[in-house]
Write a protein that binds this ligand. Structure first.
Ligand code: PLP
Length: 361
């Protein structure tokens, strides 16, 4: 059986080394020494000024919306994971969908201005599969209309644009460190901002708004993460170069073997580095996608229709809207298996099955 993904696990001894420290200190959560060490090491690794380690990538988004005091309408993409939209609704704002660009699969900057109303307060965009949005165009629009920008960078760990971390763009960026992500702490999330005041505010929000043992600075929530999660983050960070190199090798193998597959890959931003978080392909037709999935499933190889369907079309709490580009892409996209111990031979097998199936159709 080949699943679409398998969480990375470090050597048990490496994790055990961190656990021994936890047992010794009996400091289990509430921003303990491992959580602080992880924040420091991630700042260096990602080359960013500020970040916060939080419970998960969803609460990171909610804290971002709260910290920026957003209300009214937030412009967002329908081609993302559910959390991008649900966090907007959860924070009592209204998501306004704007269709994606058919090449990058990110929100289309050319369609944003027509969606802006006097109630619009922000843009929440996802760097889909880690491929950076058109951050320059989005910033121009935000400046012109006095809007905030939040980037859902759940897929974008380690990506740089022009040599600068993708997390340095926008007012606030977030990342998910969930077990299925490229780099993880089992459950976990990160929040980034360049503004010290905003960082401070979010640090209070993360801890119930406590400002000292008996005082509160503002409305907060429990966004803290534990020492056990930080330990996994630290152990995995020791392996990040190997994780990256290995995924790169597998993706390049897919590229080479799938040259003749009737499908295209999202167009990666020219001045950005790649993190090989996913291997998405947009197949020529939905029929060919279904046939490919059928053939692979028959061989116990599992792909994922990620992201399908469009968030603008399926949520019971939102009125469905047609998004022609998203609807078309979502109906034809799949992510192929990609994880640490996937072998080159397995990639070859997957590609052989896909191509044989195409030639028989
Ligand atoms: C995984 C993911 C999230 C949510 O992150 P969690 O850590 O699982 O809460 C948000 N947005 C996108 C695009 C994701 O892929």
């Amino acid at each position: 059986m080949i699943p679409v993904t398998k969480p990375f696990l470090p050597a048990k001894e490496v994790y055990q080394k961190y656990l021994d420290g936890i047992w010794h200190r009996r400091w289990l959560t509430n921003m303990g020494p491992l959580a602080s060490e992880l924040e420091l090491k991630l700042k260096v690794h990602l080359n960013v000024k500020h970040l916060l380690f939080v419970t998960n990538g969803t609460i990171a988004l909610q804290m971002a919306i709260k910290a920026l005091n957003l209300s009214g309408e937030i412009i967002t993409t329908p081609f993302s994971f559910i959390a991008t939209t649900s966090c907007i609704v959860w924070e009592n704002c209204k998501p306004v969908f704007v269709d994606i660009d058919e090449h990058s699969l990110n929100i289309d900057p050319n369609k944003i201005e027509q969606a802006i109303t006097d109630k619009t307060t922000a843009i929440l965009a996802t760097h889909v599969y880690g491929n950076p949005c058109d951050v320059i165009a989005l910033q121009k629009i935000a400046d012109k209309h006095n809007l905030k920008i939040i980037y859902d960078g759940a897929h974008a760990f380690g990506v740089e644009v022009n040599g600068k971390s993708i997390f340095e763009y926008g007012d606030i960026s977030t990342c998910s460190l969930h077990a299925t992500k490229l780099y993880h702490s089992i459950e976990g999330g990160l929040i980034f901002t360049k503004e010290a005041d905003l960082l401070k505010k979010m640090a209070y929000i993360r801890n119930f708004g406590f400002d000292g043992p008996e005082a509160f600075s503002e409305l907060g929530i429990n966004g803290k993460n534990s020492e056990f999660h930080a330990a996994m983050g630290l152990a995995n960070l020791e392996m990040i170069t190997q994780i990256h190199e290995n995924r790169k090798k597998l993706c390049e193998r897919y590229d080479e073997k799938l040259k003749n597959f009737k499908a295209i890959k999202p167009l990666w931003r020219h001045d950005a580095s790649q993190n090989y978080a996913y291997y998405p392909v947009v197949v020529e037709s939905e029929a060919l996608l279904h046939k490919s999935i059928e053939t692979l499933t028959a061989h116990e190889i599992f792909v994922r229709r990620y992201f399908y369907p469009s968030l603008a079309s399926v949520l019971p709490y939102l009125k469905p809207v047609e998004m022609p580009v998203t609807d078309s892409i979502a109906s034809r996209v799949m992510c192929l298996p990609l994880y640490e111990d996937l072998t080159v031979e397995e990639v070859d097998l997957i590609c052989r099955l896909i191509l044989r199936n195409q030639n028989n159709s």
